[in-house]
Structure formats: structure tokens, C-alpha cells
Design a protein around this ligand. Structure first.
Ligand code: BES
Ligand code: ZN
Length: 684
């Protein structure tokens, strides 16, 4: 078997919405959708969606002045007029008034599990207004000031899944600025935060809390215009008895009082609300590169340092060559407790990451390459609404794979792309090939963006960009990449802006324009199901995995006798490919074969959650009761939805009683987002 070093482990993000949960979604749409049942003041919710066809009207007639979304930039950004899209997932009147700067001044109360204090939004009025409407979700509002004086306000009844609009009466003339200060507290229904008792942390000494705001949870942590179409700079002050990290550059801790310090941060680059982040607890830090630190619990710190040291800077330098210099000054990583529901979250200056990437063999550092890539795609250049999420994740996946190729060779780009394609295909199968959420540009009116989450925007988006890369050739494509990121630097854009930018850039290059003219944009953006044509990738690195799978599938006929040497020198990524191929066999392995695989390859003892979760899947598919217990145990150790949700679904098929008992036992361990998702999956 060939020796392969550090092949990336890839995602297999299953769709958040399974076909079984669709009826409830539809029901919610017809009963509570703001556009269908509520004559809401948010008229933008009722606007018809823009199609690329409609966008072919002359530019001057379709670009209103929308100065609030343009920011001065440190990069020479070419002038580009943008067609605004409306975000159906915010209740705020962000088309009329735009947040430019946010000051957050809050304290963490670990006894009451709440955040309290105030947020001041400096708003620029774009159109004359007589109210400011902000997003909130389960917040207790006590007082609102406009330009320092108490103002009239009301919280509108909750509108699922968007929360309660906070309406603040104030007149404002286009061109003026308003400061709105909201005194508030979060509640126990806050979906953005997880609060943990000391017993739930690794050293069991102190409590811990962390946030996860993407996609629309920021509104449960602070009142804001909770749309990626609005970007604001931030000053953050968070008072806590424990170390605080947040999504900005630290300005130090001040004002010691009653065992607490106020930790200050500044974010000078405008960011959307979903990138606001905070964590506090017993957190230590170590250097992993010239501009990078890793933060974690003190006991885990050295292991985390070893895992990331050196690689982070290499990733940054490769991305800088592909795009342009990293503008955020520092790139740090916080390794969270195991209940963190995602692999990683690209919070500016401080990526939040699951501890499952610390496997001792650097095999999961591609998650960090991905989150770092978001520093450009997503964080500097953001999707204007969650309907254009592929712009964030498709671009990021593309850059991540270019980083892998630059580090390890082009075969690694293809290896990762093949695994991604499989995840994409599976998501399409699970949702159904006609499902709205299998489109690249999705309709999210009345929907929770979290429910549309799957591999599809990642992989359909990636494959679309890769298609253009192939179509016009790498050399030309690579001149467009920095241009795209300069054009939309510190801005939010839609898929139509992407199209215009690409076509304009090559307008004077007849040969490339001719090639680009062959793209059927409507089909690319709106056709559901798999991307066509099916891409071709170099399969060298996966073929060995499939060859071993064939040996297991035809064990009797081929008198195959497994030995540990079968996988000697394999990367964990290859083991994952092998195990997933076994899972996909038309008939599952026998219990005896599972036992043989276990003793021969030692998968059950793996410290790598990617491997262990796949092997448990193989065992459960074989209906091996010994493995049910192991799966139940593992479900008490991980909170990452990528592992937890598919395993719960499968355990539920095997032994519902055990699945429900396992969920009940670990309910408080899971993050609220994960808890709700599993509850839905298990129909509890
Ligand atoms: N931004 C996402 C995580 C996310 C997406 C959170 C949507 C909430 C809503 C992050 O960049 C991501 O894609 N994480 C992946 C890791 C990656 C290597 C694909 C994950 O969590 O698995
Ligand atoms: Zn991502």
C-alpha cells in the first residue's frame, strides 16, 4: 500500500432538513411565514426574487443609491456598483438605516447564565425613517435611548423563526446619523450561547460559556441588524471573572471590580453580526506561529499547540499569495469544549474550533485551512443574504483545496474534491433531487437558514468555481481571484454581483468572454440537484481505499484475509474513505466481519473522531449490539453535529429506546442548536 501523508479528512455534512421533517417546515411556512400570513411592515419580505434574467436591464435603472453598504477600504477596491438583494431572514429595516459601528458593553453572569448590559448602534440613515427596527430573539429589553434620551419602543410579538422585532420610534432624515443604545439582558432561551457548569468542563474547576451566532443567532445575544448584508465595526467590553476572548483585537483587561475584569476588544474591519463572538472560562494561550495563538483549557494547551504549530502560518502565506495580504493582523484559534456544535466557525481574529480536530496526528488541520480561508471569503467578502451562502462556503472550500494542493500536491485537491462530491451526492439523495435546498441560490423566505444547511452550498459552490477555473484556464482564473476579493472587499454581495464582476473583468478578453458566454447562469443558480457536467478528478488517492473495500465486499470469493498491513501508512482521510465505502455497500458487513475489522485495524480504539464515528456507523449498519453501546458512549463525548446527528439517526433505527435514553442523558451537554436538531431528528 502506498504511503500517504496527511491526506485531509473531509466533511460529510448531512442536510439539516431531512425529507421527513419537510411537512413541518411547509406547515410553518403557511402558518407563520411573515409574507403569507402577516401583513408585516417588512415589505421587503414580499418582494419577488430577482432572477438573473431580470438583472439584464440597463444598469442605471436598477442601482439605487445605497451608500450605507459602501465602506472605505485599505485595499484599492475597483469601483463596482452593486444590485442590492433583500434578506428575507431579518426583521430589521436595514434597507433604510444601516449600522456602522457597534459598542457592546456587557457583563457575564455565570450564576444566572445570562449576559447583561447595553449595546449602542451608530446608525446611518439612508432613507427618511420614523422608526428603527432591530432584530432580537428572547432578549429582555429594559430601556432604549436615542442620541442619549429615553425613547419609545416596543417588542413585536415573536415571529418564528425570526424572533421579535424591536421597534424604536425616532425620526431620521436621509444622510443623518443616530445613536441607539439598548439596555438588555439575554434569557435562558438564548440560542447563541452555551453556559457550562464546572462539572461540564475538562478540568471541572470553573464554568465556561461560548457563543455561536451564525446564521441568525446573534439576535439572541444582542439587538442588531442581524443580516450579513450589513457590516459594522465593533468596540467590545465584556466583564467576566474569567478570561474572555472575542472577535476583535484585544485591547487588554481593565477596571478590576468584585473579582471581575472588563476585557476590551476592537474590530476595525466592518463585520456582519453573525461574526460577533465571545467565549469565557479557564482559557490559556500558546503561540503557534508569528501571528497566531491557540487558546484552550490549560490541560489541553500543549497538545493543541503541537497539533497546529507551523501549519497555520503556512496556510496564511499560501492564501495571501492566491488572494492578497491577510488584513486582520492576527489569526488565532480557540479550541472549545466538546459540545461545540461545528467543526469550526470563522469568527474574525479567533476561529472557534471543535476539540475533535486535535487528534494527535495533524490529520484534521484542514478544518483550520477552511476557517482561515473564510478570513477572505465570508469575513471580508460576505454573502448579502443566506440565500447566497454558496458565495461564503463554495469560495472557502475552493480556497481550502488550493491551500492543500499548494502544501501537498495537486492530487490532494482532487482527493478532497472527490470526498466532497460524495457528500454532495448524498445530501441531494437525502433531500430529493428537486428540493429547493439543493439549488445553489435558495429561497429562504419564511425559513430558518440553519435548516437549509448541508454540504450542498459547499460542494455545489466549489464545483461551480472549479468549473469556471477549468473553462477559462488556471492562469486567467488566478488573475480574477484577487480582483474579485478587491472588488467586494468589506462588502456583501449576491450571486448576481459575482456574475457581473466575472463577466466585466474579462470583457476586453474576447477569447475568455466567449467561453464565459457558454455558462447558463439561470441553470447554474436555480437548477436543483447535482451539478452538471459531473466533474472529473484524479482518483489515485481514493482508488486504494476502494480496492480494499472490494476485498472486504468479496471476502469469501477472493479468500481475502485481512491484516493490519492493509492500511499501513494510510492517512486517516483514506481510512474514512474506506469506511464510508464499506457503509455504502448494498449489504452490510456481518457481525463477524465487524469484529474482524475491529481486531485487525483497531478502529474502535481510535482517538480520531472521524475514524471512530465512521466505524461505529459500520457496526450499527451490521446491527451489532456491542456497537450500540459504544455508539451511545461516544454520543456522550461529542457535541459536533456532523458526528452526533447521523449517529443518533442510525442508533434510533437500531434501538430507539437506547437512542432516546442516550439523548436524555446528554441533553444538557449539547449546545442548544445541536439539542434542538437532534430533538427534531428523533421526533421528540
Ligand atoms: N461557517 C461554517 C460553520 C457554520 C455554517 C455554522 C452555517 C453555522 C451555520 C464553517 O466555516 C464550516 O464550514 N465549518 C465546517 C468545517 C469545514 C472544514 C467544512 C464544519 O463545521 O464542519
Ligand atoms: Zn465554512
Amino acid at each position: 500500500m502506498m504511503f500517504l501523508r496527511r491526506v485531509s479528512l473531509r466533511r460529510c455534512i448531512t442536510p439539516a432538513t431531512t425529507p421527513r421533517s419537510l411537512p413541518s417546515l411547509t406547515a410553518r411556512l403557511s402558518s407563520t411565514s411573515p409574507s403569507l400570513s402577516n401583513p408585516s411592515p417588512q415589505t421587503h419580505l414580499q418582494q419577488p426574487r430577482i432572477t438573473t434574467r431580470q438583472l439584464r436591464v440597463p444598469r442605471a435603472s436598477r442601482i439605487p443609491s445605497f451608500s450605507g453598504r459602501h465602506y472605505s477600504s485599505i485595499i484599492e477596491a475597483p469601483e463596482f456598483k452593486m444590485a442590492p438583494v433583500t434578506d428575507p431572514n431579518t426583521l430589521s429595516n436595514y434597507q433604510d438605516v444601516v449600522t456602522q459601528h457597534t459598542t457592546v458593553d456587557v457583563a457575564l453572569d455565570f450564576d444566572k447564565s445570562c449576559v447583561h448590559g447595553n449595546a449602542t448602534l451608530k446608525l446611518k440613515v439612508v432613507k427618511d425613517i420614523d422608526e428603527v427596527v432591530l432584530d432580537t430573539s428572547y432578549l429582555d429589553i429594559s430601556k432604549v435611548l436615542v442620541n442619549g434620551s429615553e425613547a419609545q419602543w416596543k417588542l413585536v410579538d415573536r415571529m418564528e423563526p425570526y424572533g421579535s422585532a424591536l421597534k424604536i420610534s425616532t425620526k431620521g432624515q436621509a444622510g443623518s446619523s443616530i445613536d441607539v443604545t439598548i439596555h438588555y439582558s439575554t434569557t435562558d432561551k438564548c440560542t447563541a450561547l452555551q453556559w457550562m457548569d464546572p462539572a461540564q468542563t475538562s478540568n471541572k474547576k470553573y464554568p465556561y460559556m461560548f457563543s455561536q451566532c451564525q446564521a441568525i443567532h446573534a439576535r439572541s445575544l444582542l439587538p442588531c441588524q442581524d443580516t450579513p448584508g450589513v457590516k459594522s465595526t465593533f468596540d467590545i467590553s465584556i466583564r467576566s471573572p474569567y478570561t474572555v476572548v472575542a472577535s476583535g483585537l484585544p485591547r487588554g483587561a481593565e477596571e478590576f471590580a468584585a473579582g471581575t475584569l472588563a476585557y476590551k476588544f476592537h474590530q476595525s474591519i466592518p463585520i456582519p453580526s453573525y461574526l460577533f463572538a465571545v467565549a469565557s472560562g479557564d482559557i490559556a494561550a500558546a503561540s503557534v506561529g508569528p501571528r497566531s495563538m491557540v487558546y484552550s483549557g490549560p490541560e489541553e494547551l500543549l497538545k493543541c499547540k503541537q497539533e497546529l504549530e507551523g501549519d497555520v502560518e503556512k496556510f496564511i502565506e499560501i492564501a495571501e499569495k492566491l488572494i492578497y495580504p491577510y488584513p486582520w493582523t492576527t489569526y488565532n484559534v480557540l479550541i472549545l469544549p466538546p459540545s461545540f456544535p461545528y467543526g469550526g466557525m470563522e469568527n474574525p481574529n479567533i476561529t472557534f474550533a471543535t476539540p475533535t480536530i486535535i487528534s494527535g496526528d495533524k490529520s484534521n488541520v484542514d478544518v483550520i485551512a477552511h476557517e482561515l480561508a473564510h478570513s477572505w471569503s465570508g469575513n471580508l467578502v460576505s454573502n448579502a443574504s443566506w440565500e447566497h451562502f454558496w458565495l461564503n462556503e463554495g469560495w472557502t472550500t475552493y480556497i481550502e483545496r488550493r491551500i492543500q494542493a499548494a502544501l501537498h500536491g495537486p492530487q490532494y485537491f482532487d482527493f478532497s474534491a472527490i470526498i466532497g462530491w460524495k457528500a454532495f451526492k448524498e445530501s441531494v439523495e437525502l433531500l430529493g433531487a428537486d428540493h429547493e435546498f439543493t439549488k445553489m441560490v435558495v429561497d429562504l423566505k419564511g425559513q430558518d437558514p440553519d435548516e437549509a444547511f448541508s454540504s450542498i452550498p459547499y460542494e455545489k459552490g466549489f464545483n461551480f468555481l472549479y468549473y469556471i477555473d477549468k473553462l477559462i484556464g488556471r492562469e486567467k482564473w488566478d488573475t480574477f481571484i484577487p480582483h474579485y476579493f478587491k472588488t467586494f472587499h468589506q462588502k456583501s454581495l449576491s450571486s448576481y454581483d459575482f456574475k457581473d464582476c466575472l463577466l466585466n473583468f474579462f470583457a476586453s478578453d474576447a477569447a475568455t468572454s466567449e467561453k464565459l458566454a457558454t455558462i447558463n447562469w439561470d441553470e447554474k443558480f436555480y437548477s436543483p440537484g447535482l451539478t452538471t457536467p459531473t466533474p472529473e478528478f484524479d482518483a489515485t488517492l481514493v482508488d486504494v481505499c476502494y480496492a480494499l473495500k472490494d476485498c472486504w465486499a468479496n471476502m469469501a470469493a477472493e479468500s481475502f484475509s485481512p491484516s493490519p498491513s492493509d492500511i499501513e501508512g494510510w492517512s486517516s482521510g483514506q481510512i474514512v474513505v474506506f469506511l464510508e465505502a464499506i457503509t455504502d455497500l448494498p449489504s452490510p458487513l456481518s457481525k463477524e466481519q465487524v469484529e474482524k475489522m475491529r481486531t485487525c485495524y483497531g478502529f474502535l480504539d481510535s482517538e480520531n473522531a472521524e475514524i471512530l464515528s465512521r466505524f461505529l456507523t459500520v457496526g450499527l449498519k451490521a446491527r451489532d449490539e456491542v456497537m450500540y453501546k459504544k455508539a451511545s458512549e461516544a454520543l456522550g463525548l461529542w457535541g459536533r453535529m456532523k458526528f452526533v446527528r447521523p449517529l443518533f439517526r442510525l442508533l434510533n433505527e437500531c434501538d430507539r429506546e437506547l437512542a432516546v435514553e442516550t439523548f436524555r442523558r446528554n441533553e444538557t451537554f449539547y449546545h442548544p442548536i445541536c439539542r434542538e436538531a437532534v430533538r427534531r431528528d428523533l421526533k421528540l
